[in-house]
Design a protein around this ligand. Structure first.
Ligand SMILES: NC(=O)c1ccc[n+]([C@@H]2O[C@H](COP(=O)([O-])OP(=O)(O)OC[C@H]3O[C@@H](n4cnc5c(N)ncnc54)[C@H](OP(=O)(O)O)[C@@H]3O)[C@@H](O)[C@H]2O)c1
Length: 289
């Protein structure tokens, strides 16, 4: 039973909640999900986390910080690992230095994807890319008292993500080449935000949590599902990672599952896709709502 007087994070009163990276796809979903709290939602422009932040932030304490700011350009991190580390490691340290209960978001790319079955929290990380390494070091920078939420293949109605890219490409051509040898769980940001809220509201223990959509697929499977669900006439040509030739190596199969008691369950990725298309005002038959 949560004691309302000793656990300010989980109580039902309006908490003072800070969101970093509030302009990003997850930041926006978190702002919607935590809308009944007293929110301070700061975009990149309002707080570049590579600096300690405005003095006002440090003088007026928060009940909860949701740290969604990050360098997320996986390929760009290969040629500017220091830049990526400044945000993902140094930035996370600056956010943790606020001293408030913290949720820091991390990624399936901390794993090498060679396990052959889903990864649970006790599995040892082994990132293949500069991005993955900065995120792993960022987990440490969040500190032992943080909730470190690892998720995967995020998509939502705003920002840069695979769903929006596929919808755009389908307008321009009748075939797209999509990688078919990477497997993961595409996770809808609205579902991740709701699961994050559950983690905090239920005062579940701190530490690493794997929160990703149910089910798994390849990028090519996901692209086909997007076209089908949005009734778009576009074919998927299945290619290999090698054919695509991106600078950063990706884990071939990094499906995240939780082994922790009481882990908030997330809906299947196909449900996330439907919710995302609905949020984009695309019905199943492709007509605007
Ligand atoms: N996207 C995925 O597939 C995925 C998968 C697993 C985990 N994650 C993790 O989930 C979290 C949220 O990712 P997301 O998908 O929402 O990414 P996103 O849409 O790229 O959002 C990240 C936000 O952080 C901002 N940002 C970048 N550098 C910053 C800085 N120095 N100071 C303050 N803000 C800064 C970006 O602003 P600008 O756009 O102006 O630079 C952007 O608004 C991240 O921790 C990410 O590593 C993402």
């Amino acid at each position: 039973m949560v004691d309302e007087h000793t656990d300010p994070v989980a109580t039902r009163r309006r908490r003072r909640v800070l969101i970093t990276g509030a302009g990003g796809q997850l930041g926006r979903a978190l702002a919607e999900t935590f809308a009944d709290d007293d929110l301070v939602a700061l975009s990149h422009k309002e707080w570049d986390v590579t600096s300690p932040g405005p003095a006002g932030l440090r003088s007026d304490p928060f009940d909860l910080v949701l740290h969604a700011a990050a360098w997320t350009d996986v390929d760009g991190a290969e040629s500017d690992a220091q830049g990526a580390a400044a945000v993902n490691v140094g930035g996370t340290a600056n956010v943790a230095a606020l001293g408030a209960p913290l949720v820091a978001f991390s990624t399936d790319y901390v794993f090498d994807g060679r396990k052959g079955e889903p990864y649970v929290e006790s599995d040892g990380p082994n990132p293949l890319s500069a991005y993955g390494r900065t995120k792993l070091h960022g987990e440490a920078a969040a500190g032992p008292d943080a909730w470190v939420v690892r998720s995967s293949w995020l998509f939502g109605p705003t920002g840069h993500n695979f769903v929006r890219t596929m919808l755009r490409l389908a307008e321009e051509r009748d075939e797209v080449a999509v990688v078919d040898d990477q497997r993961g769980s595409p996770t809808y940001v609205g579902h991740l935000a709701a699961a994050t809220r559950e983690l905090v509201d239920r005062a579940l223990p701190r530490g690493v949590w794997h929160l990703a959509a149910g089910g798994d697929c390849t990028w090519a499977d996901f692209a086909e599902a997007i076209f089908e669900e949005a009734s778009l006439d576009c074919r998927v040509r299945r290619i290999t990672t090698e054919e695509l030739g991106r600078p950063a190596p990706r884990p071939p199969a990094a499906v995240l599952r939780s082994e922790r008691p009481g882990a908030p369950p997330l809906p299947h990725w196909s449900e996330g896709l439907r919710d995302c298309l609905a949020a984009l005002s695309l019905t199943a038959d492709g007509d605007p709502k």
